[in-house]
Design a protein around this ligand. Sequence first.
Ligand SMILES: *Cc1c(COP(=O)(O)O)cnc(C)c1O
Length: 401
Amino acid sequence: MSDNNLHNYPDRDGFFGEYGGQFIPEHLIKIMNDIRDSYFEIRRRKDFQEELEKLNKYYVGRPSPIYHAEKLSAKYGGAQIYLKREDLNHTGAHKINHCLGEALLAKFMGKKKVIAETGAGQHGVALATACALVGIKCEIHMGVIDIEKEHPNVVKMKVLGATVVPVTRGTQTLKDAVDSAFEVLLEDPENNFYAIGSVVGPHPFPMMVRDFQSIVGKEARVQFKEMTGGLPDYVLACVGGGSNAIGLFSGFLNDKEVKLIGVEPAGYGLHTEKHAATMTKGTKGMIHGFKCYLLQDEKGNPLPVHSVASGLDYPGVGPQHCMLKDIERAEYVSATDKECLDMFMELSRLEGIIPALESSHAIAYAVKLAATLPKDKKLLVNLSGRGDKDVDYVASVLGVK
Ligand SMILES: *Cc1c(COP(=O)(O)O)cnc(C)c1O
């Protein structure tokens, strides 16, 4: 790695080291490069920057606060745990950060319809919201298993005016929803815009979604200094595709003393086949038009994956994370379904904050790590979303009366 400034990625062709790129047919490369060029154009424009800034402040409610979880920290007796409250954003998660950007870009490009996949339904709701605001049609593809699990989000999308397309093929979850949405994009690429829901897919999406999410890290760095007089010792976030993690990491990439930790879903355990711990157990491969670590069979087909958190249920992972792992700038660990569910209840009852099942993975690992550290160390965890969408499911699994 010749370049010490980690902000100088991806390269011209969309590579983070050897990961990322555009492994897609010729005609799709043109579509992606149109999006890239338009993105570079609006990014430079003052009116776009001002529009996005205004919406972030008055519509999303940014900056989201950082909260010192003192009771949680005290209970585990070690380092201090701070939460970046992305759950307090309009629509209840970090996803609105990139959805607003994508919807504005689609409108600027003169597109007629925005298409996307969704897992937990959070991307779907955030995108349907952004499309309602911007005034553009929205079509969301969703696996039927997720539709059942995340019923309230499905209703919200419909209320917001989006069309929800149930996906019944394959594992009927996130990966198949991506395939289904991609097919519709190809039917009319001139008028359709595919808004990818994480830092995955072909260039420019891992870069573009990262840029829109980097507001989380930029804010957090300033806020943390104001609150504590210094930087956190550890910065943690859950990793599905990796957008909330890279958003927060972006604020600290060049602060070598800050350790970056991504927490993956270990499902029933890493010794089973029911997990989605791509960084930990995957090998280099190709999915949805880009190169990354991948949970795959001998033929290179993505394996079925499992997590109690629908939003983490993806066999690939963002290319920038793959690079950060290889150069050892970030470390990737995991938390099981059980640890996640326990933390869901723990944070709810200790702090009065119901976390998303996705975010609970990061907090579960943070608490274990904190217990091994002295009291003056500080951990900043991305609370990527609120758990309202998950309460019925958790209550039924844990038998909450
Ligand atoms: C979608 C989602 C995630 C996972 O996506 P990333 O791209 O890995 O951030 C995490 N947390 C919440 C609340 C989500 O909705």
